[in-house]
Structures are given as C-alpha cells and as structure tokens.
Design a binder for this molecule. Structure first.
Ligand code: PLP
Length: 382
C-alpha cells in the first residue's frame, strides 16, 4: 500500500524536537517558526507536559464519555480562569474542523435556521460544514456544496445586514486574524456592529479561535481585542501542543440536551491532561505576554526591511508580504538557512507561527537569514 498522495512534501524528516528546534534524520537542526501549523504553543518536548502525560498514561488514557471524567470539569474551570470567558460551557472534541462542525450544528439547533455567513478568504477546516464555510472552491466537493453559505467581505456592514434581513441566517463565523487566508483582520467597529446585528436577527456569532487562540495573538483569544462576547468559540491546535484536541465554548444562553452533540474520543483523559499542562505552562512561563512582546519586536525589525511590502497579524501570528511569490524563498529558508516558515493562500506571504517560547535572539537569526536570502530577490522576481 502507498500513501494517498494529497500533500506536497518538503524533503525533511524530523526525528526529534526540543524547545524551538527540530532535528532531522541527519541530525541537522532547524529553527521552527511554523509550530507545525500553529500547533506547538509551549514548545517541543516541554518537560512538564511530558511528565503530566506520562503520569496520566500510567493511570488511565481513555474511556468513553459514558463515565465521569473529573479532568473535563477541572479543565472547564481552568479555561474560565485563564481565558476570563465567563458564562460559557465546554464541549470537547478532537480537531479544529470537528469544533467548527459542532459550533455550526449547535447554532442551527438553537435558532432552527440553516444559512451561514462566512468571510472572503476564510479557512475553517476540511470536513462537511467546515469546508463549506471555507472560501476555497478547490477543496469543496459537490457533497459539501449543498450547505447554504454566503461569503461576504470584512467591514461591509450593509452587505451583512442585507443578508441577515432575509431571515434564514443561523450563524456568522469569523476569524479575528485570518490564518490560511493570509493574516487579514476585520475592523473593530465592524465586529462590534456585527454582534449587535446578530442579536437583532437572532443569529449566533461563532469566533473561530482554532489558530489564533491560547495566547498566540497576545490576548488569550484574538477576539478579546474587540471586547465582544461571541455565542460560540472554537478551539484546537495550540490547546494541545500536538495532542489532537479541540472544543467549543458555548454561551450559557444555548442550552444542552442529551444527544445533541457527541464524540468517542473528545475530552479523553490524555486530551484533558495535555490541555491542562498547556494552560499551566502558558501561565508559569508568561507565554501570552511573550507572544505580545516578541510580536512587537518582530514587527519593529521587519519594518526596516525594504523588500517587505506589508506586515500583517499580531502577536506570534504574523504575515510578511512581498511583491513576488515566496515559495522559492521559503524553500531556501528551509534547505539553506534551516528555518521552517509557513505559507498561505496569498502566495506572496510568509506566515510566522512559532512556539510561544521564542526569544529575541531567535527572531534575529531569522531576520539575518531572511536578509541573506533576499539578496537573491532578482532570482525570485524572474
Ligand atoms: C482558523 C482555523 N479553523 C479551523 C481549522 C481546522 O482545524 P483542523 O485542521 O484541526 O481540522 C484550521 C486549520 O488550519 C484553522 O486554521
């Protein structure tokens, strides 16, 4: 059997990792500015995380959601403390897309409507409704296209109200900092007005924090910059530092009923312990504060590089835009400079999603390497 060939792969085979670094099968050391797609939050091989997971594995790793699991309750309590999101309940699942599916489904159960408003350049996952609310026709199959979705532009409140007035909209889903789409952010005024309109038209607002959550933006959740209270918040990625875990925070106004949502793996003992360990390390090592501080430092240094036409995002979720396709530049950063970076649907943009433990020296190493590689800029433009 061969692998179903859906991923274009870089020719690197990581065999171990520690902190900000990944080592390949030839023991070459790579600086990780990608975090395996924003997943590694507290760093590779964090000793506390390993200790807690190992201890839990020796006790019990998994049982179904048909039994009491006090770890889920402990996690819900700690999440309230750390995120300061009061008036929410927690439902756990195992990935970002699953969190999105549950959020959209719950909104539809709540207001008995079915159309979704999503935004241009959005990315919310690959499964049924999640991919339907993703603005990329190439990854939407005819099966997924059956969902009723309207894509509108950020910051156009008239277009939004025009759609809401039709009366069939169940939810509005948005990213406070677009990830895969290229790091664009909506204006605060628009998001605030969107929330007011959602109440007027009985529509649920879903904040997708799968990529931007758990401290990455410098706030616990990126939407908190707008001072709003979404009806549902989706979480995953950095939540587990590599352990597959996701979830939704559901506002108290949406009431649970038995059987409404469910999962075999979601909220298992290991998933809870992984997330609790992440929260502990975020706090102990002040990683959210570090994301803010290093993000500002990073931006201030990038501003001095003349080849860069735009710097987007905030905290440790940054986009560096050029006036040429960056795929060769990113290859050179990996193979010559030994630095992992991310891409996006904007082909001219490098995405920076490092573990939140990154320090100024590591930023400087990247900047030095970038400047060396940009000397070949003519090569990229040709
Ligand atoms: C904002 C956002 N939402 C949802 C998802 C889907 O998450 P997963 O890949 O865990 O299904 C992603 C993944 O990149 C994402 O960036």
């Amino acid at each position: 059997m061969n692998l179903f060939d859906v991923y274009p792969l870089y020719n690197v085979t990581p065999t171990k990792a520690n902190g900000m670094y990944i080592y390949d099968d030839k023991n070459e050391k790579f600086l990780d500015l990608y975090g395996g797609h924003a997943v590694i939050s507290i760093g590779h091989g964090n000793p506390y995380y390993i200790k807690k997971l190992t201890e839990q594995m020796k006790k019990i790793s998994f049982y179904s959601n048909a039994i009491q699991n006090p770890l889920q309750k402990e996690l819900a309590k700690k999440l309230t403390q750390y995120s300061k999101c009061e008036d929410y309940n927690l439902f756990m699942c195992s990935s970002g897309a699953e969190a999105i599916e549950n959020a959209l489904k719950l909104a539809s159960f709540y207001n008995k409507k079915s159309r979704v408003i999503a935004f241009k350049n959005s990315f919310h996952g690959r499964t049924s409704a999640a991919v339907a609310v993703t603005d990329n026709p190439k990854i939407i199959s005819p099966l997924n296209a059956q969902q009723k979705v309207s894509f509108i532009k950020f910051n156009n409140i008239y277009e939004l109200e025009f759609e809401l007035k039709k009366g069939d909209v169940s939810s509005i889903i948005f990213e406070s900092i677009q990830g895969v789409g290229g790091l664009d952010q909506p204006e605060e005024k628009f998001i605030k007005e969107m929330c007011l309109l959602s109440k007027k038209y009985n529509v649920c607002v879903i904040a997708d924090e799968v990529q931007s959550g758990f401290g990455r933006s410098g706030d616990f959740f990126a939407f908190q910059k707008f001072n709003i209270k979404p009806d549902i918040i989706t979480i995953a990625k950095g939540m587990g530092n590599g352990f597959p875990v996701g979830g939704i925070l559901v506002n108290h106004k949406i009431k649970a009923e038995y059987g409404m949502l469910g999962t075999t793996y979601g909220g298992n003992h290991l998933a809870c312990v992984a997330t609790l360990a992440v929260l502990n390390e975020l706090k102990e090592n002040k990683l959210q504060e570090n994301a803010l501080k290093i993000g500002e430092y990073f931006k201030s240094k990038l501003e001095k590089i003349k080849e860069i036409i735009k710097i987007k995002g905030r905290g440790l979720m940054l986009g560096i835009e050029f006036d040429f396709n960056v795929s060769e530049l990113r290859k050179n950063l990996i193979y010559k400079q030994k630095i992992f970076t991310g891409g996006s649907s904007n082909k001219n943009l490098i995405r920076i999603l490092p573990p939140l433990i990154i320090n100024k020296n590591q930023v400087d190493v990247f900047l030095k390497s970038l400047i060396i590689e940009l000397k070949n800029e003519k090569l990229y433009n040709s």
